[in-house]
Design a protein around this ligand. Structure first.
Ligand code: AMP
Length: 218
């Protein structure tokens, strides 16, 4: 299969964008940029930006477009991004989508991962991740071997501060009001493809994404 250039994964929190992005990164050797991971790193490093946005992120709200775009831009300037990027969690607002259109030199493949709210809650509330390598597990569907440490590096798995029922509600509201208009935006640009994630395994969803890439990127 021909290597795609830029892929944008769109969808609500917990739809599996991060997991699919990691599979795509491996398959095509593209750079995976998760703005959520970049922002969490700023918080962990206690940078000026990190200190400013910590409580905003903990509440499931968004830092400003400028703040998010600044971390994205810094990452995109690195030479490894020249051959293509998988965008995971960016753009999330119309101004971000408009900004990204001006930055990309080739048309991105935009994939909307659709999922119902009930399935989302179960996914998010039982999601655990490795603070060291970023591997993602699910206590029911894809637990680590012993259930509480990372299979790759033995680090104790953590639950993200914003993966609680109360914060999830806020995050879904943010998605509905600010991010879902991007579906129309990318439809208008004839760039949108949809994948239904409900009741499908990670591998099945990945196969559907590969089909879309093969179809659109001849
Ligand atoms: P994620 O890991 O993609 O679920 O993102 C976690 C959190 O990081 C979000 O709830 C926001 O607070 C923040 N965030 C990540 N990406 C963006 C973005 N593109 N725009 C605004 N906030 C973002």
């Amino acid at each position: 299969m021909k290597k795609p250039t830029n892929i944008i994964l769109l969808g609500p929190p917990g739809c599996g964008k991060g997991t699919q992005a990691k599979l795509l990164q491996k398959k095509f050797n593209l750079v995976h940029i998760s703005t959520g991971d970049l922002l969490r790193q700023e918080v962990a490093d206690k940078t000026e930006l990190g200190l400013r946005i910590k409580s905003i992120m903990d509440q499931g709200l968004f830092p400003t477009n400028e703040e998010v775009t600044e971390v994205l831009e810094n990452r995109m300037q690195k030479p490894d991004c020249a051959h293509g990027i998988i965008f995971d969690g960016y753009p999330r607002t119309l101004p971000q989508a408009e900004y990204l259109q001006t930055k990309l030199t080739s048309k991105p493949i935009v994939i909307l991962v659709k999922i119902s709210d009930e399935i989302l809650s179960e996914r998010i509330l039982l999601r655990r991740s490795c603070p060291k390598c970023g591997s993602i597990y699910h206590l029911k569907y894809s637990p680590s071997k012993d259930g509480y440490t990372c299979d790759k590096d033995g680090e104790e798995l953590i639950q993200r501060k914003d993966d609680t029922a109360q914060v999830l509600k806020q995050r879904l509201e943010m998605y509905d009001t600010l991010t879902s208009p991007l579906v129309d935006f990318y439809k208008r640009h004839s760039l949108l493809h949809e994948v239904v994630a409900d009741h499908f395994t990670i591998d099945e969803i990945f196969a559907k994404i590969l089909e879309i890439i093969e179809r659109t990127h001849q």
